[in-house]
Ligand binder design. Structure first.
Ligand code: SAH
Length: 333
């Protein structure tokens, strides 16, 4: 629905994405790593099993995912865990954080034993292992524009962007003090999610990984984009018809998590992380004994995730954990 009265960009984006994920099959518009190869979810399942060992094998433990899409990553993770880490499989309970009723139905087909929550705050107060792939990029952003000494904020009205004078929040002022450029973004929703997660990990134990795209260094600029049917679309004209995303601000989220009491590792490029965790070896093992066309498809899929010119460099992995845990796997220098 097009609104004529100005709506702050983050509120517009939240409304547009709620409509989008509530009504469309996002996977017609874009392809995510777990949909490219089963090995992606398997690796994160085994990563959780290894970290669970390092945590002292708590039982029960929560295995959670935020924004699970079709549930593919979690289904692949559970299969790998049950095949090779049965103790962890017996100790875990699966919890999914998902707001879209439509996607919850798909997730229930892939992961029937799951329990669903609208927000992290509703998760049980237990040790936690959480994975979030392409979740944070879907959370709403605010955009501020600097001209000389004055600031304005972007709103959407009648399908177009407008600006209104505004005072930016402190994290924007901090970035603007050291970075050039007129445009700065902030996702207060991503910051609140990360702070809540870090508090949970510091209090109840555990670890989490974010896999998403965005720069590893503090940055300025407008990264909002809309994707419809794998093409860039206008984000403002038809809310709910396209997936709206923005780059994840890893440096700000790392600071947030540390201040909330968690240890933080990375971000490291996805290609390096997956290579360290044995993506190529697993692909090789799986490809052996397959028909040539299937073996080739597995290898092409693995390359897509790790090659720098494909998803290997733009996508990054950041780890958060209880400060008493040893270095998380995949983040060793
Ligand atoms: N992780 C999946 C899907 C990514 S799409 C994959 O890699 O394929 C983003 C996911 O986050 C969708 O499941 C969407 O419904 C969910 N989502 C978006 N905003 C959310 C919010 N505020 N709270 C919980 N889930 C949200």
């Amino acid at each position: 629905m097009l609104r004529m009265s100005p709506e702050r960009l983050d509120r517009f984006m939240a409304r547009a994405n709620a409509a989008y994920y509530g009504s469309r099959d996002p996977f017609a518009d874009f392809t995510t790593a777990p949909e490219i190869t089963q090995i992606f979810g398997e690796i994160f399942g085994l990563w959780c099993a290894v970290v669970w060992q390092a945590m002292g094998r708590p039982s029960p433990v929560v295995l959670a995912e935020a924004g699970p899409g079709r549930g593919t990553l979690m289904a692949d993770a559970l299969r790998a865990v049950r095949a090779t880490a049965a103790d962890f499989g017996n100790a875990l309970a699966v919890h999914l954080i998902e707001t879209s009723p439509r996607l919850r139905e798909l997730q229930a087909l892939a992961v029937p034993e799951a329990t669903w929550h609208h927000a992290l705050e509703h998760m049980p107060p237990r040790p936690l292992l959480l994975v979030a792939n392409e979740f944070l990029d879907a959370l709403p952003v605010r955009q501020f524009v600097r001209r000389g000494q004055t600031w304005s904020e972007r709103y959407v009205a009648g399908g177009a962007l407008i600006e209104r004078p505004a005072e930016p929040p402190q994290p924007i002022l901090d970035k603007a003090a050291v970075l050039e450029g007129p445009m700065f973004e902030i996702s207060e929703t991503a910051i609140a999610f990360t702070a809540g997660l870090a508090r949970h990990l510091a209090r109840h134990g555990g670890a989490a990984v974010f896999i998403d795209y965005g720069p590893a260094e503090p940055s300025a600029g407008d990264s909002l984009q809309a994707i419809r049917e794998k093409q860039a679309a206008n984000p403002f004209t038809d809310p709910g018809s396209a997936d709206l995303t923005a780059h994840v601000d890893f440096p700000t989220l790392a600071d947030t998590a540390k201040r909330a009491g968690a240890a933080v590792y990375g971000p490291v490029p996805q290609g390096i992380f997956l290579t360290r965790l044995g993506l190529l070896q697993r692909t090789d093992r799986l490809a052996r004994g397959q028909k040539p066309a299937r073996a080739m498809a597995l290898i092409t899929a693995a390359r897509r995730l790790i090659e720098p010119g494909q998803m290997g460099r733009l996508f990054k992995v950041m780890g958060l954990c209880h400060p008493g845990l040893p270095m998380l796997p995949g983040f060793e220098e």
